[in-house]
Design a protein around this ligand. Sequence first.
Ligand SMILES: [Zn+2]
Ligand SMILES: [Zn+2]
Length: 664
Amino acid sequence: MSAMFRITLPDGSVREVAPGSTPADVAAAIGPGLAKAAIAARIDGEVRDLSRPFDGDTHLALITAKDERDALELARHDYAHVMAEAVQHLFPGTEITFGPATEDGFYYDFAPKDRPFTEEDLPGIEAEMRRIIARDEPFTREVWTRQQLIDRWTQQGERFKAEWAAELPQGEELTIYRQGEWLDMCRGPHMPSTGRLDPNAFKLTRVSGAYWRGDQNNAMLSRIYGTGWLNKKQLDEHLFRLEEAAKRDHRKIGAEMDLFHLQPEAQGSVFWHPKGFILWRQLEAYMRRRLDAAGYDEVKTPQLMDARQWEQSGHWGKYRENMFVVPDEIPNTEDEGAVLSGDADLMALKPMNCPAHVLIFRQGIKSYRDLPIRMAEFGCCHRNEPHGALHGIMRVRQFTQDDAHIFVRQDQLVEEVQKFCELLDSAYRDLGFEDYAVKLALRPEKRFGTEEMWDQAEDELRQAVLASGLSDAIKAKFEELPGEGAFYAPKLEFHLTDAIGRTWQVGTIQSDRVLPERLDASYVGEDGNRHRPIMLHRAILGTFERFIGILIEHHAGRFPLWLAPVQAVVATIVSDADDYAQEVAAELRKAGLRVDTDLRNEKINYKVREHSLAKVPYLLVVGKREADEGTVAVRRLGSQGQEVVAVPDLVARLNAEATPPDLR
Ligand SMILES: [Zn+2]
Ligand SMILES: [Zn+2]
């Protein structure tokens, strides 16, 4: 008789099961409710099928729809298989390739027999998918040999799958997943059956071309995208977000408000127009005031630095393909160090500010009493991104970070991180974001340093968040992300939730013990010896470009008055009021407000429509009567009707509203 396996459940209780038992058996033994709700199992951290037998003693957590992240990933992968079967059923002769889960759904790449798929094909495929879901076919896992796979694919005329199978390593356990007759090579895991998918929680969204294996020398495939969720409510919310997102697209609003443009002559770099740059300047001035008040020292460092410097910091080795390298065409021949690993006379545009800040830190001897040193720079950086990855001003090649590095002693670290969290919290609130999540990215698989170092570094960041003045609501959402830290340090990430429920990672703080070592930064301790400072890399906005993009989409261009590029337009009804309109505008400008006039000989409704589209917060309408009485008719963007106000009252009102939140 073989020994029983000991299965430890999340509550610490242990169940003994016979070899051959599965997580589904354990779920059934616990109760019929759980047996019905369970969709997969977490076995020592790895997600597996419910029906896959235990290998031995283990920790088991049953996954249900409540474990949303895992459940979505499973469902999306299931949808991909169901879609592939549907397509092959409806379009015989179509060959299958690959189809992974994506951030909001799934796709599958097909080699169609006659013609690429079009959006007209999608409703029919959706209907077929619903039939497969209704059949409630179990997803079953089978272990096959490589030869079995090759034979099967060849026999079926699946050239792409056969090619792939032939390249799989010998002797590895290869698996297929089957739903009825249809099967795919797949590592899984999957839910127990197609019937666990909600037939009304997915939608096929678009088709596109894609090359086999992403290589443009290969066959062009036809890719079908879908979005997939756990229930219809989630799908509807997602579709609503997409619709709203299209309306709020920063590229569209940026053009309507005349904020910026992009053009191929400077791929991935933004041309800021006067109005857009006002927004930038407001944001920059705000951040500068906050940093000044929080004890930061602002610096400015070179755009171009020698290749040797990047080699020493480690960027040349790991990061070179993302750097813009510039030949120094008039080299300094007296410089002995210039001949180095074939990279003589090369310089690079900085992709980050960190090394330059260490070089400033290293000027002069630092004592333990000088720390912490908080060195800030609105640093303009360049990174070479593939053109296809660029997106409006959200993803660019030239960007300006609200960067700072805090050099601290060990005993100051937790307090500094805590202060940073509080500064960031107040900045987000001032900028209109009440809701955000803090996440701690933990040690990755490949990493530098000892376990003790990681234990300590992770715990410091964790302690700092919990001890900080962040609200209970924010702390309650605190989450840890195993494996997501950088290879040299854990980090805290701050993810904003915008007005339509999308999340954006913007802020970050990372505790780094490696760069100070590589670039030999030190201070003299109380004991008279040299010590390494810890370097905190931190940003609140991330980059100005992307953050302004987020602000545009979050506010849909209706900025709070203090950020609005044009705060008011004085518009005339009749030309008799032109002089008066100029006087009102001058009065408001004297108070520091950003005001335009619109004296064109146009109907007032036309003017109202135009300035509404440009998202001007206040339209101040003046005619003969207003001129006689010293008033204006005030229309606030987005509200119906108007209110007649005396000019001094108007100045006071707008002035109060236009004061930046940190100065109120
Ligand atoms: Zn699969
Ligand atoms: Zn840095």
